[in-house]
Design a protein around this ligand. Sequence first.
Ligand SMILES: *Cc1c(COP(=O)(O)O)cnc(C)c1O
Length: 452
Amino acid sequence: MIERRAIPAVENLLQIPQSTELINEYGRTLVLDAIRSILAEMRAGATAGGGEPENAAILELARRRIQAWLQPTLLPVINATGVILHTNLGRAPLSKAAQQALFQAADAYCTLEFDLEKGTRGMRSSHAETLLTRLTGAEAALVVNNNAAAVLLVLTALASRKRVIISRTQLVEIGGGFRVPDVMSQSGAKLVEVGATNRVHLDDYNLALQEPAALVLRAHHSNFKIVGFTSEPPFAELAALAHAHGVLVMDDLGSGALVDTARFGVAHEPTVQESLQAGADVVCFSGDKLLGGPQAGIILGRRDLLQKIKKHPLGRALRADKLCLAALAATILHYLKNEAETQVPVLQMMAQTAEKLQERAQRWADDLGMGEVIAGTSTIGGGSLPEETLPTWLLALTVLQPNRFLARLRDQALPIIARIETEKVVFDPRTVSSEKEQFLLAGIRKALNGNK
Ligand SMILES: *Cc1c(COP(=O)(O)O)cnc(C)c1O
């Protein structure tokens, strides 16, 4: 333990030449913060080593501390887990075109709200929103920050202080504490639950519709599946019933598939277009789940309702920014041009064939000169298509301490996130783009050798 009076004062430390150097490099505020935090630890006896540290040594500690503070924390990683929409790893990677659009919008001024032809103020809605209506046939569209914001905004604008009918089969928690019933109460809507946990019938809705209501809400089950003795009425029948009572129908689709997921060999996820055709007055979904774009909440539906939603003060608070709109418009264009499956990474990954994946995993094993190629499964993740898996082939490495090996993989310059399956460390080619392969293999080699 250092004696209290041996701890130098900040003023004294600032007088030695090393602090001038540090201040020139990093600025006074950071240097003072670092010195103060080190001195505070010394006072608390927390600095290891004991003895009386030299002023120069303290400043060296300060330099290292500042460098640690300034390390970027939002880093690119290689996702070798096979979970396509890995929420912890940022969900959907963007297409090349979407990246470029995002960069261009960031790099210079842009026509966010400017009409080039007239030279006057233009509409923010003329970009992604116009494309979304063209693609889906919806009358109108609005893009907000994320789908949670979309649900909150629609309910607040259309159903505040009014009854909203929802089935008990759909009172889901999405994750991160986002619960449909909580969002509903936050919006001021009066939650009316119908049906049982496993089953709901048209009659249950009919009974609730005997009293005035603003909305019937269908929420996608998202991250869970009810199996066994279950039922929910077809959405078109529910919509017809609600409309017969003069009540609006909202569909929170969650993942927002724009193409039929059955073509990838997984369950058919209700598409946005199907929901609109079945009679939804408003639908909402995420931009960064199955759609494969940036984080966004997309609201589509009847023009008059969208007008009302857009005018609500919350609309301004939740609106999407130019970077999001740029990336989203570029993503939607892939769908309009019928090239989504080859250009949108999420769909590309889903579309990869087992043969191709086996070939890639085998190439990795050959390249490393070790490991085996075993059959496995990739998952969709992101609360989309729960329980649905895609057959894949994994590179499996047998190492002495799998968990320590995983940690070394994460410690690489381009961190690699892999997983353990039956005590082997496995890598799924499905979520590793071919551009990243060389980094993956170099990283694995270094991790095997125990260095960075
Ligand atoms: C994922 C999801 C949300 C939340 O969407 P975010 O874009 O993550 O805010 C809301 N509802 C459903 C049904 C979902 O699946």
